[in-house]
Each structure stands twice: as C-alpha cells, then as structure tokens.
Design a protein around this ligand. Structure first.
Ligand code: PMP
Length: 432
C-alpha cells in the first residue's frame, strides 16, 4: 500500500517533492496531539505548529462546517464575521497595529508586507538574515538564504548574520556582539543605497525560528529596530511561526519586546485551514490602499474568518497561553537534565513551546552533529514520537508541538528522546 502510494506520488509530484522521514509516514487521522497512520499506529505529534489548538479541534471543525453550510463568498460584500474576527485579533496586539489584510498563505502575507514597505518608502532594498526562509513567491523567494549558502536568491536583498549567543561572531558577547551585528546592518544599508535599490526595511522572524531559534543578546531587536527607523526603513516581522502563543506570549514581537511596523501571520491562524494576514500601522495601510487595488479572492472569506475566530475562542477558553508557559518550564527542566547526561546536546534553547536542541559532536569544537540528528528524528518516529530538525546543517532538533500539549505528553517525549540518544550512543560505541 505505502509502496504503491510512493510510486504514484513520485510519478505525479516528482521524486524530489519533500517528504519527512527515511520511511515516509502515511497519516490518515488526527486528534488533539495525536496522529494515526494507516495501520492504526498512534504517534505523538511534537512537530506540527499548524494544528496549534490540537488536530481537528471539534470547535474549529464545527465553526468551519456551520459557516460552509451557510455562506462562503469573497470579501467584497458586507459581512460581520470578518469584522468580528479582525477586531478580536487586533485587540491582542499593540494598538499601533491597526489595519488588517487577509490572504491565504504565509508566503502571500510576506509578499504583501514587502510590497507595502516598498510602496510606502519608495525604495526596494530589503535586509534579511543569512539563514532565512519566508515563503515561495518570487519576491519572497528572493530573500531565501537558508539552503543557499547564506546568499539571497534575488535582487535588492542583502543578508546579514543573525546574532547567536551559542556561536557568537568573533567570540563577542553582550553589547559588543550587538554592535558587531548592527554594523553589518549599517554596511548592508550602505550597499543597497549605493546600488540604487535604496532601503525599504528589514524582514526578520522575531524568534529567528528557521535560523534555529538562537538566543540573541538582550537589546538586539530594539537596537536593530531603532537603526532601521533611523535610516528610513520599516521593520517587518514574519510571525508565521512565532505567532499565536508559540513563544509563551501571544505574539513573537511581544516576546522580544519590539513592535514592528508591519507583520505577517499564517500557519496556526486557522488550525490547518489556509488563512493568513498582513497587519500594519494605519498610515502604511492607508497609503497602500490608496495606491493599489489589493484584492484577494479567498482572503477574508466567511469560512476562513469563522475558523480563525474559533481558534482565538478556543485559545481563550482553554487558557492555552498559560499551558504553554507551564509545559515549557517543565519540558525545559527535563531537556536540561538530558543535556547533562548526553554531551551530544550542546545547547538547549526555547521560547515557550518551541524548543531547539543543538546537537554537536564535541562541546568544545561545537561541530554540528547532523548525522546524529537524522538518526534521532527517525528513531523517535519509529517509537511513535514525531519531531524534526532545523538549522543550516540540520543538526538542531526541532520540538514544536500543538500547544495543547500536556505534562504526560512531555514525559513521553523526554522518555523517547532519552532512549534514542542512548541508541545513538550505543551505535557509536559499536562503530569505534
Ligand atoms: N515564513 C516562515 C517563517 C515560514 O516558516 C514559512 C513556512 N515554513 C513561511 C513564511 C511560508 O508560509 P506558507 O508555506 O504558508 O506560504
């Protein structure tokens, strides 16, 4: 059965279409934090951030199906759900973020954010990090550096190193490390200006999620924002991964204490239903509206808005932000204790229920342990726990479960991770 699916898939989607795991999973059902394969085997989902409030949450499913059975149409008619939802969403943010543009994917939301910044400033140049991924449209793909040796994929883009306290530039720390990174931004601005692109702004994920969730020196984000504004640019935060409570704050920018001029949302926004948004300051949004007749056929339709609203309601009813904080503290303690037992774990980082465990061959040289990471991800899957890896070398274990994760779920994860670390160690001893 699985072989047949794989064969049909290769033929239709191409052999290079990405698939997780050495032996791909055939998932047929989801419920809460659980996924079930075609043989009825149950997996603990510790990877998927899209079904943020739990796979197939009954309240979200009911909101979707009720609205689908009543009306689904584009947003060029008056409808209350888009307004009820939008007002509820914006009430969770800084009051300066006043205007909402709804679309369908994180890529589209970032594309729109770039368009707005470029229109508003009249400049083209954008700065991103040198291990970034912000989506798949042409303009956004121009910023892709993650699998591109740190080099942006298109014009009008400059990439800078992202700050990382575990692997600091020139061994610097604190303000000296911040200064070194700010200097890179100054140089990038000068370069964009001298090339004729000008400087429209910076696009960063506030948590630097795809970069591997590095700890940045306190104060970096604020000083970076000040520098960007000083040079007439806008600060765009990509909250596609960072948003909706993941970090223990409702928004990643609240977690790092810096309000952007424009932000993009996606992934968990509809708990799996494709809804995304670009949110911005009123002056930027009004300027853009006056210049461009922006319309998105599916963006802001009543079914999407009903799903988005149900997600926010569940979030409050189940006090999920509190759950993130409680479980994150519990899980962090357990991960730190594993790190004491296994020197393979060089660094344990987390922002709420987003954990990055950086695996290194040697704690002094910090050589990325990419093979170990691959082994552990696949071994854990065989034992019924789904995680993944991130980072330029794929050596960072990525732990990012639905946020309804419980203590018992955390215990199962840690137990399985400990066992797979043991298996890797035993295999290494046998090999030497
Ligand atoms: N921004 C970030 C930070 C992402 O991780 C992703 C997807 N991995 C995107 C944007 C693109 O979102 P989508 O796939 O919904 O277009």
């Amino acid at each position: 059965m699985a072989t047949d699916l794989l064969h049909r898939r290769h033929k239709l989607l191409g052999e290079q279409a990405p698939l997780f795991y050495q032996e791909p999973l055939h998932i047929v059902k989801g419920e809460g934090v659980w996924l079930y394969d075609a043989d009825g085997k149950r997996y603990l989902d510790v990877y998927n951030n899209v079904p943020n409030v739990g796979h197939c949450h009954p309240k979200v499913v009911a909101a979707l199906s009720d609205q689908a059975a009543t009306l689904n149409i584009h947003s060029r008619y008056l409808h209350d759900t888009i307004l009820d939802y939008g007002e509820q969403l914006l009430a969770t943010m800084d009051s300066s973020l006043e205007m909402l543009f709804l679309c369908c994917t994180g890529s589209e939301a970032n594309e729109l954010a770039l368009r707005m910044a470029r229109k508003f400033t009249g400049k083209q140049g954008v700065i991103c990090s040198n291990a970034s991924y912000h989506g798949n449209t042409t303009a956004v793909d121009a910023l892709a550096t993650l699998f591109n040796n740190g080099q942006p994929n298109g014009p009008h883009v400059e990439a800078v190193d992202y700050p990382n306290e575990y692997r600091p530039l020139q061994g610097l720390q604190g303000q000296a490390l911040i200064d070194a990174h700010l200097q890179q931004i100054r140089i990038a601005i000068t370069k964009l200006e001298s090339q004729g692109s000008g400087f429209a702004g910076v696009l960063f994920c506030p948590l630097l999620a795809n970069e591997g969730l590095p700890n940045t020196p306190p104060g970096y984000m604020q000083q970076m924002a000040d520098l960007v504004h000083y040079h007439g640019g806008l600060l765009i935060f990509d909250e596609v991964q960072a948003g909706f409570g993941r970090s223990g704050s409702m928004w990643g920018h609240q977690n790092v204490g810096v309000t952007p001029d424009i932000m993009s949302l996606g992934k968990p926004m509809g708990n799996g239903h494709p809804i995304a948004a670009t949110i911005c300051r009123r002056d930027i949004g009004e300027f853009f509206r006056a210049e461009v007749m922006y319309f998105n056929t599916f963006g802001g339709n009543p079914v999407s808005c009903a799903a988005g609203k149900a997600v926010l309601d569940v979030f409050e009813e189940e006090n999920l932000l509190n759950n993130v904080l409680n479980i994150a503290t519990y899980l962090r303690t357990a991960c730190l204790s594993l790190a004491e037992q296994y020197s393979l774990i060089g660094d344990v980082r987390n922002r709420g229920l987003f954990f990055a465990l950086e695996l290194v061959e040697d704690p002094v040289t910090k050589t990325p342990a990419s093979q170990a990471s691959q082994f552990i991800v696949n071994a854990m899957k065989a034992e019924g726990v789904l995680i993944s890896n991130i980072g330029e070398h794929g050596h960072i274990l990525k732990i990012r479960p639905p946020i309804c994760f419980s203590k018992e779920n955390a215990d199962q994860l840690v137990h399985c991770l400990g066992h797979c670390l043991q298996l890797w160690q035993a295999q290494q001893h046998r090999g030497t």
